[in-house]
Design a protein around this ligand. Structure first.
Ligand SMILES: Nc1ncnc2c1ncn2[C@@H]1O[C@H](COP(=O)(O)OP(=O)(O)OP(=O)(O)O)[C@@H](O)[C@H]1O
Ligand SMILES: [Mg+2]
Length: 137
């Protein structure tokens, strides 16, 4: 999952919105750890379950904003925060448990659904704009 995330991260333009779908423990945050590496972020990605959001700086290629709305009943003020992040041309926005901000998600987002087939095997369904598919091969 990390290796795939890294390939993905390296292929991004720098302002995509990625929606990660999957059960608790599916591997969403694990994917983001690799994604950050692929974007050139050295910092270790931690799950934003408790903090709701974390932002990482690539220092050369903009930001990675990582959200997890699992614990929130409603987005409230964070709804503006995430919308700003998605609109920012220099920020890749990744969202776990995006249900409560569903109406704000751009049509052009990348949707990745992760299914845990067994303890170590993951199946992914990826729905992307065409240019990403070309870049990731
Ligand atoms: N092939 C795999 N890919 C991803 N994770 C795996 C894999 N095999 C085992 N795991 C384990 O599954 C767990 C995935 O946890 P992770 O935090 O990434 O899930 P999550 O989808 O973000 O869950 P949550 O909804 O709680 O945030 C980790 O403990 C990881 O070590
Ligand atoms: Mg997670």
């Amino acid at each position: 999952m990390k290796a795939l995330g890294a390939r993905f991260g390296a292929a991004l333009s720098g302002y995509e919105t990625i929606e990660l779908i999957g059960d608790v423990g599916a591997g969403k945050t694990t994917f983001v750890k690799g994604l950050a590496k692929g974007m050139g972020i050295d910092e270790d990605v931690q799950s934003p379950s408790f903090t709701i959001s974390r932002v990482y700086d690539t220092s050369t290629n903009g930001l990675l904003a990582h959200y997890d709305f699992y614990r929130l009943g409603e987005a409230g003020i964070l709804s503006e925060d995430v919308q700003e992040s998605m609109a920012d041309q220099e920020t890749v926005t990744v969202i776990e448990w995006a249900g409560i901000v569903n109406n704000s998600l751009p049509e052009t987002r990348i949707r990745i659904e992760i299914i845990a087939a067994d303890e170590t095997t993951r199946t992914l369904m990826i729905d992307t704009p065409a240019y990403i598919e070309e870049d990731i091969g």
